[in-house]
Design a protein around this ligand. Structure first.
Ligand SMILES: NC(=O)c1ccc[n+]([C@@H]2O[C@H](COP(=O)([O-])OP(=O)(O)OC[C@H]3O[C@@H](n4cnc5c(N)ncnc54)[C@H](O)[C@@H]3O)[C@@H](O)[C@H]2O)c1
Ligand SMILES: O=P(O)(O)OC[C@@H](O)[C@@H](O)[C@H](O)[C@H](O)CO
Length: 379
């Protein structure tokens, strides 16, 4: 069986590529990073190390790489022959991988069933990828292609920080992982993927994950950076950062348990497990990585604004989320293009207008006023 995975980065090598290989797939990574692709083709394998006291490691072998910038046709052919296609490139990159996927799917002469799964931190990731692919197909061709190509949504959870090793392919990951895939979007037989969970309705799973793991993470990053910390570990040693983390998780728990009728006790166990994962002493994760792409994180459907607005509309005042949104407006990392854009908007139009542009929270609304007050109160 053949798998094509877009993005040989942290989640690509450390999670999805490893699961695919352990499930019996021969994995071809498609990436634009020449160093990673050359090394994959040279070594044909890499090491995954578990970030806990065991430091256990395992080999992912039988892998290869295609540089889609240099050899787009090779990537197209690989998709034409693949049994499964997956991607973890970041939400903003989905439009760039779509043309190659569209061409590859069109080339599947037999029209044999294939599933294309976006493994990104977003709601409806595969739906979005499908919409991007559709832009490169005529209406008639799209109809045919989507008869045999499934785009099931999925939720992925495993903390994999940015890291440096002598061998650039080696990747250290936490032992914990969760890959949930929605059956509704599948075509053909359900793929056999070791450790993956197939569910009829992904919405409760992706929202629980995004609004707990990622909202909590974002609060640690933005509030931690405000206090001058660089890593999750440093920030988690500060009681004020932890209090805000507990505050945002109390707020998103209220939203999630109400929306999905979750058992309060089970949800609390889930939240506590995540706080333990943030505290993993064997992982050093940078706040710049966790807070990266602030415009995406502040956008209306993402981890901060979405629960804050929903809670506000139900008559709650989500103060911890609002303080975190205010802290996100201060995310000023010159290497991060979205941070540069956000700071430029703040300088040009002021924080209130920048907040509205980034999140849709209307300037002059009571929520906007509270966030901007927090913004001016913070250092
Ligand atoms: N790292 C984590 O802890 C984690 C956990 C769960 C989900 N995610 C999600 O997984 C996705 C990837 O995150 P990551 O941490 O692995 O990032 P990463 O930067 O390590 O990996 C992304 C990879 O995509 C490649 N890429 C960029 N443009 C490309 C293109 N046009 N074609 C092919 N490849 C391209 C990059 O070169 C890079 O190797 C994101 O959506 C992220 O939210 C990350
Ligand atoms: O990848 P992002 O930028 O959406 O979010 C940063 C982190 O919160 C994220 O990568 C987590 O480490 C991951 O989602 C854990 O499963």
């Amino acid at each position: 069986m053949k798998a094509v995975h877009f993005g040989a980065g942290n989640i690509g090598r450390g999670f999805i590529g490893a699961i695919l290989q352990q499930s019996g797939y021969e994995v071809t990574f498609v990436d634009v990073n020449a160093e990673l692709i050359d090394r994959l083709n040279q070594d044909r394998s890499y090491q995954v190390v578990l970030a806990d006291e065991t430091k256990e490691s395992f080999t992912v072998d039988g892998v290869s790489g295609i540089n889609s910038q240099e050899n787009p046709d090779k990537a197209v052919s690989a998709i034409a022959e693949a049994d499964i296609v997956t991607a973890s490139v970041g939400p903003h990159v989905l439009p760039f991988i779509a043309p190659v996927i569209a061409k590859g799917l069109m080339k599947r002469a037999e029209g044999s069933a294939v599933n294309v799964i976006a493994c990104e931190n977003m709601i409806g990731g595969s739906d979005q990828l499908k919409a991007e692919v559709a832009k490169h197909l005529t209406e008639d061709v799209a109809k045919k292609v989507f008869e045999f190509s499934g785009f099931p949504n999925s939720a992925v959870d495993r903390i994999v920080p940015i890291q440096q090793h002598e061998n650039p392919l080696t990747i250290e990951v936490e032992r914990y992982f969760e890959w949930v895939i929605e059956t509704a979007g599948l075509k053909g037989e359900q793929p056999s993927l070791k450790g993956a969970l197939f569910v009829e309705d992904l919405v409760p799973f992706i929202e629980r994950k995004l609004l707990t793991v990622n909202t909590g993470h974002a609060s640690i990053a933005y509030n931690g950076l405000l206090k001058g910390y660089q890593t999750v570990k440093e920030a988690m040693d500060d009681s004020e950062v932890v209090a805000l983390l507990e505050g945002v998780l109390t707020e998103t728990s209220l939203f999630l348990t109400d929306k999905f009728d979750l058992d309060q006790k089970d949800h609390q166990t889930y939240v506590q497990k995540i706080i333990e994962r943030y505290r993993n002493p064997y992982i050093s994760d940078g706040l710049d990585r966790v807070g990266r792409a602030p415009l995406r994180k502040l956008s209306a459907g993402d981890r901060l604004t979405y629960p804050a607005v929903e809670l506000d509309q139900k008559g709650n005042e989500p103060a911890a989320l609002e303080k975190t949104i205010a802290a996100a407006l201060k995310f000023d990392v010159p290497e991060d293009p979205e941070a540069v854009q956000l700071q430029a908007w703040i300088v040009q139009d002021g924080p209130e207008a920048a907040l509205e542009k980034a999140s849709g929270i209307k300037a002059g609304s009571s929520m906007s006023e509270r966030i901007i007050t927090y913004y001016h109160q913070s250092n």
